[in-house]
Ligand binder design. Structure first.
Ligand code: SME
Length: 157
């Protein structure tokens, strides 16, 4: 396929609908997980112009910063800490409409206002999380959850 991302104008759902097959094409052509995480972070970030889009990988019992797009970020997060560590501990996607109202939110950037964290699951085990931050309140909803869960499952198929 062409190495250029193509995304139409339109609703969020329409953008995801156009993005998903392109992500599938990119990740199915490559077996290296980190390479695929890097391209997924780029494609999501370019499409939606999020504030920060990236992965934390589970390494030796903590989350360690992986491929991302956006500003400098904290490198390690313990299980149960912040939104990322909570999604890992609870084994489910966490949507935070207002990070100031989430106890224990880790503010890597003071400009982040809302956040979604989606686990990456391989054979029942969480091996990473996809973390996306927005500069706006309440950016993320069930449309993001459903599509991002499809995207994270593409990484481990
Ligand atoms: N806000 C996250 C930390 C990671 S940064 O946003 C990139 C959290 O509370 O887990």
């Amino acid at each position: 396929m062409s190495e250029e991302l193509k995304v139409a104008n339109g609703t969020k759902a329409e953008k995801y609908a156009e993005l998903l097959p392109q992500i599938q094409a990119v990740v199915s052509g490559e077996s290296d997980l980190i390479a695929n995480m890097a391209n997924v972070a780029s494609m999501l970030h370019e499409t939606f112009r999020f504030w920060w889009t990236g992965f934390y990988r589970v390494i030796d019992g903590e989350l360690v910063l992986g491929p991302f797009q956006g500003p400098l970020a904290c490198t390690r997060i313990a299980k149960g800490k912040g939104v990322c560590g909570t999604a890992w501990q609870q084994r489910q996607t966490v949507i935070v409409p207002d990070v100031d109202a989430f106890p224990g939110h880790i503010a890597c950037s003071s400009l982040s206002r809302s956040e979604i964290v989606v686990p990456v699951i391989r054979q029942g085990e969480i091996i990473a999380v996809l973390d996306i931050d927005s500069q706006h309140l309440a950016t993320f909803d069930s449309v993001d959850r459903e599509n991002l869960e499809k995207i994270t499952s593409m990484l481990t198929e």
